[in-house]
Design a binder for this molecule. Structure first.
Ligand code: ZN
Length: 77
């Protein structure tokens, strides 16, 4: 009997904790594992670690904007 629809989760490197994970979300081409997602959700401003995550997301966002700007430059010749 053949089984179809089996999901092959691919292992990715988490952007924030740098660990391999098959349970992740993708944001702007970077991966954030589930445990980091949970940590981000439970962190509040002032907590140790909040600044770290905030900073990582900021870096991610800046890279994304940089990409957009570069693409625009290329498009405009
Ligand atoms: Zn992680």
């Amino acid at each position: 009997m053949m089984r179809v629809g089996v999901l092959f989760m691919r292992e990715v490197l988490c952007f924030t904790c740098k660990k391999q994970s098959t349970n992740y979300i993708e944001i702007l081409g970077k991966y954030i594992c589930e445990s980091c997602q949970q940590e981000i959700l439970t962190l509040s401003p002032g907590d140790y670690g909040y600044d770290h995550f905030h900073n990582e997301i900021k870096i991610l966002w800046e890279e994304y904007l940089e990409c957009l700007i570069k693409n625009q430059v290329i498009n405009h010749g």
